[in-house]
Design a protein around this ligand. Structure first.
Ligand SMILES: Nc1ncnc2c1ncn2[C@@H]1O[C@H](COP(=O)(O)OP(=O)(O)OP(=O)(O)O)[C@@H](O)[C@H]1O
Length: 358
């Protein structure tokens, strides 16, 4: 499957992160006040737009890159920047490809990236910046300090979002046990989960960008995201209204993740993703979960058994009321497992209510 430009950007960020040989080479070029045009990948399409220069075929090293950058023309490396394949190459991309850049080096970089799908790096001699071109994306690399400052801000936000999400999750679990969930409660839960997901994504990009300078950050994110429980997919699955829309679980999750930040603040819009009307009245409607999310918290219930339990017992309230015999009627559940499931459900009920009222 072809990678999205965002995924390619992430992979390239990891390749040029501080601590890598490639970044060291790029920093040397910057310090030496020369520029460079580097193509990160060599295939038929790249070959077709290369003119002149010479085949070199040597292992990559920061000093070699620096020396080769002193020559006119571009340097072509393999995808992982493990080898330098050609140097002093004139790149001749299709001149009709649109580019927003000025200066032949950067215009060439953008066009080559768009035409070949291969990441291209330009080091500007006049502006003293390193830019990555990936498909239509241009990304300027910064030093670690400003990135760390933004990452720390994002980390503080994640901490606040996480604590709010924990409250909302506990409250939803208790409301589910009491059969008092409204569309609003579910929309708030999805909103909070999505906010945590987005800020975590943002931080993981900073971690990539920072390379060795981001190690501490990555430990902090890990600590703040452990024990998050199942993601929004499980909540959507519990509550989606299949009668009003034929959209699949994956489509609804993708729509949720694609909402703009303004749309995400509107609970009515989130209710719409589940298949409910977005009016104020509809937000107050009481709904029943199928029970997938709470069941996923019981270790003895693998997903296939959870599916059968939900199919058979149809909704969390019936699940909660089920006795050992009812549970044993489900394919794949023997007496031992039925007891574990029963105990698990009772434990969830107790802890949810305790969390709510203590
Ligand atoms: N099509 C190309 N193929 C290979 N190298 C190129 C190409 N276009 C520009 N370059 C390289 O970029 C160098 C600088 O070109 P130019 O001064 O036009 O670029 P610029 O965009 O103003 O760059 P900078 O921001 O570094 O000053 C050239 O000397 C050459 O080495």
């Amino acid at each position: 499957m072809a990678r999205s430009p965002e995924d390619s950007l992430k992979a390239t960020l990891a390749r040029v992160a501080p601590g890598t040989q490639l970044r060291d080479g790029l920093e040397r070029i910057l310090r030496g006040r020369t520029g460079a045009l580097i193509v990160l990948g060599f295939d038929k399409t790249v070959d077709a737009i290369c003119s002149g220069g010479f085949d070199i075929g040597i292992d990559f090293s920061p000093t070699r890159l620096r020396e080769l950058a002193k020559m006119d023309g571009a340097i072509v490396c393999d995808r992982d920047a493990g080898r330098i394949i050609r140097a002093a190459v004139q790149l001749v991309p299709d001149p009709t490809i649109e580019t927003q850049e000025s200066g032949t080096r950067h215009r060439t970089a953008e066009r080559v990236a768009k035409q070949t799908g291969v990441p291209v790096i330009s080091v500007s001699q006049s502006m003293q910046i390193i830019a990555l071109y990936i498909d239509g994306i241009r990304f300027v690399l910064e030093g670690s300090e400003p990135v760390l400052a933004r990452a720390n801000q994002a980390l503080a936000t994640l901490e606040r979002y996480r604590s709010r999400l924990d409250q909302v999750t506990n409250s939803l679990s208790a409301l589910e046990i009491e059969a008092m969930v409204t569309v609003r409660d579910v929309a708030v839960m999805l909103q909070r989960q999505e906010m945590v997901r987005r800020i975590s994504e943002e931080i993981s990009q900073y971690v990539l960008e920072l390379g060795v300078d981001g190690r501490l950050l990555s430990l902090q994110v890990e600590e703040l995201t452990t024990g998050l429980g199942p993601g929004s997919e499980m909540v959507v699955r519990d509550y989606m209204d299949t009668g009003s829309s034929a959209a699949t679980l994956e489509e609804r999750t993708a729509t949720l993740q694609g909402l703009s930040s303004t749309e995400l603040l509107d609970l009515g819009t989130i209710a719409g993703v589940l298949g409910f009307a977005s009016s104020v009245d509809s937000l107050e409607t009481t709904i029943q979960p199928k029970g997938y999310r709470l069941l996923s918290g019981i270790k003895a219930v693998p997903p296939a058994i959870a599916n059968r339990l939900v199919d058979r017992l149809d909704g969390l309230q019936n699940l909660m009321a089920a006795n050992i015999e009812d549970l044993m009627a489900v394919d794949g559940i023997g007496e031992q497992r039925a007891r574990t499931v029963r105990e698990g459900l009772s434990r969830i009920a107790e802890t949810s209510l305790l969390d709510r009222f203590l």
